[in-house]
Design a protein. Structure first.
Length: 119
């Protein structure tokens, strides 16, 4: 997947290329204001297989949205946090959450996921 967004003339296309993965928005959402380890993200997003979660995290890191820090300890300790660029996406994620919540409510559905609205 090409991460060079300069090929886009469409801002929405560029945004979707960066955050449009099956679990990318969930990963970013959970990292808002948090530094989490892989196992913590797995617990928060149990529907993601370890392979898929790893792939999505790598793509977010390559895009500059997530910072991966590896500590030289045994067993290995790896933490993920949002970069400044990743943090800047919070208003978009919040708007997506609000829109989706309204949609679910309007269609008689109850919100049932690991996401909670950030303040």
């Amino acid at each position: 997947m090409n991460r060079d967004c300069t090929e886009y003339n469409c801002p929405v296309g560029a945004t979707l290329d960066l955050i449009g993965g099956k679990y990318k928005a969930l990963i970013l959402w959970h990292l808002v204001g948090s530094t989490l380890r892989f196992g913590e993200l797995r617990r928060l997003i149990p529907q993601a297989t370890p392979k898929m979660l790893t792939q999505q995290l790598r793509e977010l890191e390559e895009a500059g949205l997530v910072i991966r820090t590896v500590y030289p300890v045994v067993p290995p300790k790896v933490e993920y946090e949002l970069s400044d660029l990743g943090t800047s996406i919070k208003p978009i994620l919040t708007a997506m959450y609000a829109w989706g919540a309204d949609y679910l409510k309007d269609n008689g559905k109850e919100i049932s996921c690991s996401m909670t609205l950030h303040s």
